[in-house]
Design a protein around this ligand. Structure first.
Ligand SMILES: [Zn+2]
Ligand SMILES: [Zn+2]
Length: 255
């Protein structure tokens, strides 16, 4: 769980809500999107190069809700710095018409992926699917807004409409900085952080808040509700992983 409280003219509470999902359970793919072709992948498969030496990310967006190119570049840089993928990290873009909802459940999200995911993990290439939607999350609760969810071992959704509603205005962070922060935080879960498929080298899990880091300055901290986070985002500085999180990734095959 990661929250940002932004003090503007209106008090807004943004929340990153992240599913704690289980990796490595091969039978789970019976209910996963693209179950006929899905390959079970682990955090280690993303981090090291023994099974896969290349990563291809499908950025899929509803027409009109394409993420900023700067944020996608930032995500690529983040991954290139942490993953051992000597053949590179590539991004493909594809767009879809609106599924026509104002709010989306995770079942809705999975249905969109099942119909539209084009990247398939095979050979030496591992893939990930990132969906940018034109609505809010169905589980939002008042001012608590979910910005993104990593809902499977290789898939995440970003509620791009929500991000746009809460960024870019006077006293608000830029859209690009919020997009980069959310997508990198969610990818951190796919990489097994914190204690989510990648073992901890030292204890630093904020257990009351799930699979998150106990360092309030870390990208994987569940909540930042101080002006520090606000000023960081206002300065377009996306939070970075702290040493404990980086060491976990290194110990599991990353860099
Ligand atoms: Zn999270
Ligand atoms: Zn951390």
């Amino acid at each position: 769980m990661k929250n940002i409280i932004i003090h503007g003219g209106i008090f807004l509470l943004l929340i990153f809500w992240c599913l704690a999902f289980i990796f490595g359970c091969k039978k789970d793919n019976s209910t996963a999107p693209n179950s006929s072709t899905a390959v079970s992948v682990s955090a280690k498969d993303y981090l090291n190069s023994s099974n896969y030496d290349k990563l291809v990310i499908q950025i899929q967006y509803v027409n009109g809700y394409q993420p900023t190119s700067g944020a996608v570049d930032d995500l690529k840089t983040f991954l290139s710095q942490r993953l051992n993928k000597p053949a590179g990290v590539e991004v493909t873009y594809s767009n879809i018409n609106s599924p026509g909802r104002t709010v989306y459940s995770l079942d809705d999200v999975k249905a969109v992926e099942s119909l539209n995911r084009a990247v398939k993990t095979e050979g030496k290439t591992i893939t990930a699917y990132v969906l940018f939607l034109d609505g809010d999350y169905s589980q939002n609760n008042g001012n608590l807004k979910t910005l993104g969810v990593a809902y499977s071992s290789s898939s995440m959704v970003i509620f791009e409409k929500t991000l746009r509603d809460l960024s870019g205005g006077l006293g608000q962070p830029t859209l690009g900085s919020v997009e980069a922060t959310v997508s990198e935080h969610e990818f951190g879960h796919i990489l097994g952080l914190v204690n989510n498929g990648t073992n901890m080298t030292v204890s630093h899990q904020d257990e009351p808040h799930g699979k998150h880091c106990n360092n309030s300055n870390c990208l994987m901290y569940y909540m930042t509700e101080t002006s520090d986070m606000i000023s960081n985002l206002l300065g377009n500085n996306v939070p970075v992983l702290d040493a404990n999180c980086i060491n976990d990734l290194k110990a599991n095959g990353g860099k």
